[in-house]
Ligand binder design. Structure first.
Ligand SMILES: *Cc1c(COP(=O)(O)O)cnc(C)c1O
Length: 363
């Protein structure tokens, strides 16, 4: 071994070879006279509510202490609000934290996790890190889950199914009827997780009542987050609702003290202030419809969306479109060869997106 070619001396798990290292996204570039906007991460554009900021500031005064390990105030608040036993709740460092706990509690190496593709970019990562195997079932022509094909993809090795509704990054929901028909086909020992990160933005009456399904089907878990509609992405807190055995297992594997007191207090205060937050969510939903209509008018085949983003199925032009947006001071999220996801944020950002998309379309 020469000095110029050092070889690793530490043995790492080979499962990690399949995992791409995280590359942080470029921040929107500042340019003279142009406000830059980041519409790439489905963040809420509104600043924290004063009432929420106040409890977080107060909680910061005790940061020399470990947080409440049981996350008891938030668990209690959620139990009351959702009318579920506290023993059926587990909290985590964002719902991404809970996703890896869900895989840890269900999958031995080589066990299979079935989910639609394209869907949330974290799914393949958390599955691979756990040493489990992803079984990705292509979305249908309308960028929706193909639940019949997903049911057929279930094998003896399947331990977990992830259903993302509304689907990130494409936008459509699965309906209650579709999900019920699907659940009837899933073996009872396979856990089905309904990932509702964008629940609050959904206005479609046909959307599933995920909590109702959890009450009816013992193998259903519901995953939710404070990152999107509640605007707490930077504090990392989400929760799962599931039967006691599942929720207890999630609490066993959870990162100890993962949910900070800042996050816990902010989440409780946000639940209390939800009426105020709902006004903002409603405005974002109206803005989403305005943007989607404008893009459809320009001829873009934008799928139905019930989330806080729109999907442009640009295929091979995805990177080119993202670069054009970047030049205009807009950071969007391209998925090479597939499409571009654009978050509904500030009105000026939406106006600029519509303008850039119009020019790109007619070039
Ligand atoms: C944003 C998102 C999450 C939540 O992420 P957090 O870790 O809670 O911030 C979960 N699922 C999907 C599909 C998402 O898009």
């Amino acid at each position: 071994m020469t000095e110029s070619t050092p070889r690793p001396t530490v043995r790492l798990r080979s499962a990690l070879d399949a995992v791409a290292a995280y590359k942080p996204g470029k921040p929107a570039e500042a340019r003279e006279g142009v406000t830059a906007y980041k519409i790439s991460s489905n963040e809420n554009p509104y600043p924290p509510l004063p009432s929420v900021l106040r409890v977080v500031t107060d909680a910061a005064a005790s940061m020399n202490r470990y947080p409440d390990m049981g996350v008891s105030a938030l668990t209690q608040a959620l139990a009351e609000r959702l009318e579920v036993p506290a023993s059926h709740l587990a909290t985590g460092t964002g719902s991404v934290g809970l996703l890896s706990y869900l895989i840890s509690i269900t999958c031995e190496p080589g066990d299979e996790v079935v989910y639609a593709w394209r869907s949330f970019e974290a799914y393949p990562i958390v599955v691979a890190v756990a040493g489990a195997t992803s079984v990705q079932v292509p979305l249908d022509a309308d960028a929706r889950h193909d639940l019949d094909a997903m049911a057929e993809a279930i094998t003896d090795r399947t331990r977990l199914v992830l259903v993302c509704t509304p689907n990130n990054p494409t936008g459509p929901i699965v309906t209650e009827t579709e999900l019920r028909a699907f659940l009837a086909k899933v073996p009872e020992d396979v856990l089905v997780v309904i990932d509702e990160a964008y629940l609050e933005f959904n206005t479609d009456d046909e959307a599933p009542d995920a909590l109702g399904l959890y009450r009816e089907f013992p193998n259903v878990a519901v995953l939710r987050t404070f990152s999107k509609a509640y605007g707490l992405a930077g504090l990392r807190v989400g929760y799962a609702v599931a039967r006691e055995e599942v929720a207890t297992a999630l609490r066993k594997v959870a990162t100890p003290f993962g949910v900070s007191d800042l996050a816990q207090h902010a989440a409780v205060a946000s639940l209390e202030a939800y009426d105020e937050l709902a006004v903002r969510v409603k405005a974002l939903v109206e803005e989403r419809e305005r943007v989607r209509t404008a893009l459809l008018d320009q001829g873009w085949p934008v799928p139905q969306t019930q989330a806080n983003f729109v999907w442009l199925p640009l295929g091979e032009d995805s990177m080119d479109f993202a670069a054009t947006c970047q030049d205009a001071g807009l950071t969007v999220r391209p998925f090479p060869g597939d499409g571009v996801r654009c978050t509904i944020g500030e009105t000026e950002a939406s106006d600029r997106l519509i303008e850039v998309a119009g020019k790109f379309r007619s070039r």
